[in-house]
Design a binder for this molecule. Structure first.
Ligand code: GLU
Length: 483
């Protein structure tokens, strides 16, 4: 699943969208693209301050795509002579069809009036495509995603934009984050989410939609997290969130707790290096205010309401993926050794499909940096269904797993852009250590042992600093052995 950005407001959309795509580049992708609705102007739009409403209603949907880096897309967009304040953009990680211009998003319908970007997989696309071809639709890509544009086109024959989208979603099986434009509704963008994250940034008379908060934070701090099954209809004046049956949903506005500096490289060569150097601070943040040295206790505010339940559990299953899985393995040693509770660590992708034996005395802990890892989320939902207590160790405040678990502890590591985890991993270990003390002290752990572990834990940020000071030597060794 890759990146989505959408903009509607008073600014030129294309620069905002390009900027958003660049901020999503760290996730990796193979191609990118953008659609805007606007008026043709004689000058290059980037040099032109004119907005579409000043140009009249000669509106047009313009779509540009490029294989490779966002810079390639940017070069193509430079030649576009359109002024627009509404648009959608995408970085693709191909699942259906090779990476090439035709398969890049956005995908349009037969008329070119409807444009769609999609993250995820439409599982029944072959079936839908066959039906649509029978009805005369012409497809121009190998992707699963293109069916969405044609489905909406088909329903638009009898319905308005909103109903056409809702009716289409009812037929789709699979996962999606979607952003959709329709040339006949030039002041509307519709977005929908099922199993693929989408966040709506709320500004003054402008909105940015993105699959990741790092594309929003430089424009606005207020956000609405869309849940699975929710659809937002956005205009430059406001937004409506409904479910697939068009029933209104009240949404809370949240504040992003990141700032733009945190999401930039600050002079480091790349994000991973910057984040490795942030570890003394991020490990400190993971433990700040979370222990009492005198009483040898861990104080985890996020577990306050489940403290009694935690006293009664006799088994823990940690579900996670990738680097978080390795953190889980260390957590297993810590919790078994210090709290005497039996722990199993499982790949979330296995756990979600098998038949786990769970009961009220089992706690299932999800570890995830983003809080959006699809398999980990599915594992947590499965565990909940079976009556287990679910907990999260999550870095991204307000993310789906953080919201869906019964309780949890945030890492407070700040955004981690590097795909190879550094600071998120060490902050997970910090929290797992605190959790071992928390659970251990509820059971047989002595005051002295609790005090000793906390005393040692507190020394770790300074020890990390000592190691990082040797970065020149480390670099020499790395260079010598890298191959
Ligand atoms: N399944 C879609 C495709 O292959 C979307 C992939 C993505 O999430 O980037 O085009």
């Amino acid at each position: 699943m890759c990146g989505i950005v959408g903009y509607i407001g008073k600014r030129q959309a294309a620069p905002v969208l390009l900027d958003g795509l660049r901020r999503l580049e760290y996730r990796g992708y193979d191609s990118s693209g953008m659609s805007v609705i606007g008026g043709i102007i004689s000058m290059n739009f980037a040099q032109c301050g004119k907005l579409p409403n000043e140009i009249g209603d000669n509106l047009k949907m313009e779509t540009v795509k490029a294989t490779g880096k966002v810079a390639m897309l940017e070069a193509k967009i430079g030649n576009m002579n359109i002024s627009s304040t509404i648009g959608i953009a995408h970085t693709r990680w191909a699942t259906h069809g090779k990476p090439c211009d035709e398969n890049s998003h956005p995908h349009t319908d037969c008329t070119g009036n409807i444009s769609v970007v999609h993250n995820g997989i439409i599982e029944n696309y072959q079936e839908l495509k066959k039906q649509l071809i029978k009805k005369g639709h012409k497809f121009s890509s190998e992707t699963d995603s293109e069916v969405v544009a044609h489905l909406i086109e088909e329903f638009s024959k009898k319905h308005d934009f909103r109903s056409a989208v809702l009716n289409s979603l009812k037929l789709i099986r699979g996962t999606y984050g979607l952003a959709i434009l329709n040339r006949d509704y030039p002041d509307q963008m519709i977005v929908a989410r099922l199993g693929s994250p989408l966040i709506l940034g709320v500004g003054k008379d402008e909105f940015v939609v993105a699959s990741d908060a790092s594309a929003i934070v430089q424009y606005m701090k207020k956000v609405v997290y869309l849940e699975d099954g929710e659809v937002a209809i956005i205009t430059s004046d406001g937004y409506d969130v409904v479910n697939i049956k068009n029933k209104q949903i009240e949404k809370k506005i949240n504040l992003l707790d990141w700032d733009i500096e945190q999401a930039q490289k600050n002079g480091f060569l790349h994000f991973m290096l910057k984040e490795a150097f942030e570890q003394p601070e991020s490990v400190k943040n993971a433990m700040r205010g979370r222990f009492s040295k005198t009483h040898g206790l861990a104080r985890l505010g996020g577990l306050r309401y489940v403290e009694k339940k935690l006293k009664n559990i006799n088994r823990i299953i940690i579900v996670s993926c990738g680097t978080s899985y390795y953190a889980g393995l260390i957590g297993e040693y810590l919790i078994e050794e210090y709290a005497g509770i039996s722990v199993e660590v499982e790949y979330a992708s296995e756990f979600r499909y098998r038949k786990p034996i769970l009961d009220k005395r089992t706690a299932v802990i999800a570890i995830s940096q983003s809080g959006e890892t699809a398999d980990t989320l599915a594992a947590i939902r499965e565990a909940k269904l079976k009556g287990a207590l679910t907990l999260g160790i999550i870095n991204t405040v307000g993310s789906t797993i953080a919201r869906e678990t019964d309780a949890g502890v945030y890492n407070h590591a700040g955004p981690e852009m590097g795909v190879a985890s550094t600071k998120a991993f060490t902050s997970q270990l910090t929290i797992l250590t605190l959790l071992a003390v928390f659970l251990g002290r509820q059971r047989d752990m002595s005051l002295v042992t609790g005090q000793r572990i906390i005393k040692e834990l507190e020394k770790i940020p300074a020890q990390i600093e000592t190691i990082l000071k040797q970065n020149r030597e480390i670099k020499k060794i790395a260079t010598k052995y890298k191959s």
